[in-house]
Design a protein around this ligand. Structure first.
Ligand code: MGD
Ligand code: MGD
Ligand code: SF4
Ligand code: MO
Length: 684
């Protein structure tokens, strides 16, 4: 190895299962190359194509270099400004609005998944330090599933992926890890080599389905009916695990009775399966144990998504596939719960102003902002978020943004959202800042250190928060409680507790610069069978769910209503060469991320008189777009697939709440996959 490189440790902070540890190689202040970090026990030194391309993102020709303002908003007439002008304009507006309304409620923050690091909570921390403000809350990724796991098991827990080596059967239920969680595939392939059978349940014949031993092609949103059919088969053939049920569940007798009312024929029709497929799945669940079921985020982004996850939870329980090595329901977990999040806790002193957040639903942002009138939202801070490509109700969102007095976006690139802002502040990237990143999937915690100077005049979100706080306190001492004197490293110091150090087997977080460490969580989720529900057992019948106006039973099929004008479901799945809206502009991916197309089954194409590789119109309740159509046997007749991502596709989406999410994430999930459309030949 060339010893003249300085080697530094980084961690990919994207909203991705892997949270890879990365080694940066720097020479003369220039990042020369990146590799995966072999010290990371989960990702084992491998990155995805995006990770290996980080250099090209850091030195991308379009990366923002300076603060800029745009007058008027949306005109494209950007003008470079100094940091002091930017901070002054922003703080003056904050003060003016405070004086006008007597509180900071007219300030709103919309931040989500651009960077998931702990120190990237600085803007939430800054807003907390002002007093009462407005805040986008909720979660588009996993809200319904989180609540479902909460109702049935009492919490979200995942087993270490190494446990999957002991599985006999692995069910990938609405998840496509070949695209979205590549490191997990190595564990799955290992298990397959040992003889485990992998089954994918998905409306699309995905890359993961193609690597599986069996593929069950379901109708979108019909997983609850599929689970009911399997449960009925299991009950009828007495295949359930009675010993497990008696020891670890409540509500079995009620459930057995409840299932009787559903007809097998109805359930089969709703999910589009044959009895042979049901028999196959029932037998794998009961005879080829232990069974690991990985429930994806994709399948729960439905109006009935939470209920469908609960149906799978019940199936896993009645077949005794919980708490035993190699079994379990995998969904996700918040490893971030280990940190103090002191960064959020610099509040105004009691008596001056209590910290109360006015919540605005992140998934229904446009309409919910409009509802807030006392006072109205006049100032919007957007960070780590590309609102105008990732949200629903884009048309209303633009109207809402037009009514703001100041929009500030902190970004790396001139995104669609930046183009709708007044001021853009350039953000540093992972090679230019300190950060702590953990995963929602594995248990490894990593520290990110700076390798190079910030790109041109870019600053971290934390540094921006400090600058704002300092300036506001010049106006009035104590106006902002966010500490402007603490360094990045001091902020990191405060995030670790003695308990966490013990669980990581280290004495100081700086030891993580020698390599990430695994937190001592039990390897197998629920191995102590102490469920965190009110009964302490798995609740096949949940009073808590009932109190929340939900079915007490997980096994409850909820059929999706289709509008005959829009009879097809358009899926916009997460893709390998982007993370949401990020990386699409990488030069090396431009060839891959070419023109978006809608894929349809040739039988549907015939009915609609659509030729392969021609332009078609896609229509939804909210709008229409013209797009290229291609034939595919990977989709069924009632499902269309969009690939690669289309930045304008979200204009077709009207926000539809999913059934759950309130409990664990503060708002219902976004049923993005209930995007019902029609498709027309252009000559119509
Ligand atoms: N490369 C890459 N990785 C990513 C991301 C990315 O954009 N790119 N995004 C990250 C983020 S933010 C998230 S939330 C996750 C998402 O990770 P995943 O959950 O894996 O991704 P999705 O593409 O949302 O959905 C997975 C699968 O669910 C299927 N599906 C859709 N509807 C249904 C249904 O009704 N029933 C069933 N059984 N299946 C259904 C889809 O066809 C798809 O194959 O990935 C993370 N990782
Ligand atoms: N049609 C459709 N819409 C969807 C989805 C879908 O599947 N289909 N998925 C939904 C899901 S699951 C999610 S998670 C959301 C994601 O939506 P968003 O949270 O908006 O996520 P991204 O598009 O990944 O990134 C947002 C922006 O953050 C910027 N960024 C990255 N790092 C930093 C940083 O350190 N500082 C600052 N200030 N900015 C940074 C990036 O450049 C990027 O422009 O989209 C949702 N919307
Ligand atoms: S996007 Fe995911 S897989 Fe790729 S480098 Fe980042 S964390 Fe790793
Ligand atoms: Mo997500």
């Amino acid at each position: 190895m060339d010893n003249s490189f300085e080697i530094t440790r980084h961690v990919c902070p994207r909203n991705c299962y892997s949270a890879c540890s990365i080694l940066g190689f720097t020479k003369n202040g220039h990042l020369e190359k990146v590799t995966g970090d072999p010290a990371h026990g989960y990702t084992k030194g491998l990155l995805c194509a995006k990770g290996y391309n980080y250099m090209n993102q850091v030195y991308h020709q379009e990366r923002l270099k300076y603060p800029m303002k745009q007058v008027p908003r949306g005109s494209g007439r950007w003008q470079r400004i100094s940091w002091s002008e930017a901070i002054e304009t922003i703080t003056n507006k904050i003060i003016e609005l405070y004086e006008r309304y007597g509180s900071h409620l007219s300030l709103a923050l919309n931040k989500y998944s651009g960077n998931m690091g702990v120190l990237h909570h600085a803007m939430e921390g800054f807003f907390n330090g002002l007093g009462k403000t407005s805040r986008a809350t909720g979660n588009p990724c996993w809200a319904p599933g989180m609540d479902a796991l909460y109702f049935d098991y009492g919490a979200c827990q995942t087993s270490d992926m190494e446990d999957i080596h002991d599985a006999q059967t692995i069910i990938l239920w609405g998840v496509n890890p070949v695209w979205t969680s590549i490191h997990s595939m190595n564990y799955i392939y290992e298990a397959q080599k040992r003889g485990a059978k992998v089954i994918t349940i998905d409306p699309i014949n995905t890359e993961s389905a193609k690597k599986s031993d069996a593929f069950i092609q379901v109708k979108p949103g019909s997983d609850g009916s599929l689970a009911v059919a399997i449960a009925k088969y299991i009950v009828d053939h007495e295949l359930y695990d009675l010993e497990f049920i008696e020891k670890h569940t409540v509500g079995w007798n009620e459930l057995k009775e409840h299932i009787q009312q559903f007809s097998m024929d109805d359930a089969l029709r709703e999910c589009g399966q044959s009895i042979g497929a049901i028999q196959y799945l029932a037998e794998r669940l009961c005879r080829d144990k232990p069974v690991t079921i990985w429930i994806g985020f994709g399948m729960q982004r439905n109006m009935n998504g939470g209920q469908n996850v609960r149906a799978i939870n019940s199936l896993a329980a009645m077949t005794g596939n919980i708490g035993i090595k190699g079994s379990g329901v995998q969904f996700g977990k918040r490893t971030t719960e280990k940190f103090t999040f002191q960064i959020l806790n610099y509040l105004q002193k009691d008596g001056i102003e209590k910290n109360e957040i006015r919540t605005i639903d992140m998934n229904d942002f446009a309409l919910d902002v409009q509802k807030q009138q006392d006072p109205p939202v006049k100032f919007l801070w957007i960070t780590c978020r590309n609102l105008l490509t990732q949200s629903s109700n884009i048309k209303q969102l633009k109207e809402v943004l037009s009514a703001m007095e100041l929009i500030v976006t902190v970004e790396h690139f001139l995104t669609e959202t930046v183009q709708f802002s007044d001021i853009v502040l350039p953000a540093t990237m992972l090679f230019e800042e300190w950060e702590i990143v953990s995963s929602y999937w594995h248990y490894w915690i990593s520290i990110n250190q700076p390798a190079i100077e910030p790109y041109y005049e870019s600053k971290s979100d934390l540094e921006i928060a400090r600058l704002l706080s300092k300036k506001l306190n010049e106006y009035k001492e104590g106006f902002s409680a966010f500490p402007s004197h603490l360094t990045d490293e001091e902020f990191i110091d405060q995030e670790f507790t003695d308990t966490l150090y013990e669980q990581l087997h280290i004495k100081n977080w700086r030891e993580l610069l020698n390599g990430p460490k695994r937190v001592d969580y039990p390897k197998t989720a629920w191995e102590d069978f102490k469920f965190q529900t009110p009964s302490g057992k798995i609740e096949l019948y949940s009073f808590q769910a009932k109190r929340n106006q939900l079915s007490p039973f997980g096994l409850e099929p909820v059929e999706l209503q289709m509008d005959p004008h829009y009879p097809y479901t358009l899926l916009l799945n997460h893709e390998p060469f982007r993370i949401n809206s990020q990386f699409l502009n990488l030069n090396s991916f431009k060839e891959i991320n070419q023109e978006p197309s809608v894929y349809l089954h040739p039988k549907l194409a015939k009915e609609k008189n659509i030729q392969h590789d021609t332009m078609v119109k896609l229509l939804s309740k909210s709008g229409e777009i013209i797009i290229r159509a291609k034939y595919s046997y990977d989709v069924q007749k009632q499902t269309l697939l969009l690939y690669p991502n289309h930045p304008l596709i979200n204009k077709l989406i009207t926000f539809t709440p999913s059934d759950m999410g309130q409990y664990m994430t503060g708002g219902k999930g976004n049923a993005l996959n209930n995007l019902h459309v029609n498709i027309e030949n252009l000559s119509n």
